[in-house]
Design a protein around this ligand. Sequence first.
Ligand code: ASP
Length: 303
Amino acid sequence: MIVKAALGSGGGGHALLVHGGAGDSSGTTLDGQIEACRRAVEAAKALLEAGASALDVVQRAVEVLEDDARLNSATGGALTSAGTLELDASIMRGSDLAAGAVCSLPPFSHPVAIARAVLEDGKHVLYSAEGAVTFARAHGFNPANPTDMITAEARVALASVLANRVDTSPKGTVGAVAIDRHGHVAAATSTGGITGKQPGRVGDSAIVGAGTYADDALGAASATGQGEGILRVALCHRTLVSLATAGTPAQAAFEGLGYMKERTGAVGGLIVIGRDGQIGWARSTPSMPYAATWAQHGIMAGG
Ligand code: ASP
């Protein structure tokens, strides 16, 4: 079953929507993940209201989410089958389609900030592994100590997956979409990937068009869920292109997830913002924590 919801009414004001990953969380775990999303919106809301760019707002929101070990990105991110962190992140600006991304990045506390530096540098869009480390160091980022970012919970989840049991920590990627007071949109996404992934596997979160997309002419989207499926249908780009006919972001997200399920069998979640500031989400998983704020409105959160 695919669940969708429309939030906010559009009307041209600023707006921000974040997600804490499509998954199968419930009870106090889900409550904690919703709280993590609420905190990220709280932190970025002040920037949005002060007139910051949508790009700055989504970066700030994702950095707060990356720091929160209740979610699967950066600190507390899912581990590879070798027990290492390989992080994927991307960020995109809708005004000029500028984008930056990193994949298979070893522990750094804020992969999205490195993706932002790639965007600002402008020479390339995506750096991987050692090349991403070299780029990050050259731009003033210091690697983190892996023991500070790998949690006991992530190790337990990996042991369970390697023993062919369920993932004990079924939590997802983080992401954000925003529109600023000038009508510019942006999106960002960051993840540890999937517990037990093969070293070198890159998911959708680092790939512009799949896990992240932003275009002032369309809107912005961030995806979460089974990355191989998201990649194969270029989910974020496809969903934004369909927005004109779907009518609302929630409906476009619903249709995008329906298409992915039908064509690839994959499930996940999407947050979407339209160029008019309407926001909405959909998920084909049991849970997807989110939080949002928009002009003249406080913070709304759920899962
Ligand atoms: N989409 C992410 C990946 O496949 C995982 C997730 O969203 O939970 O790497």
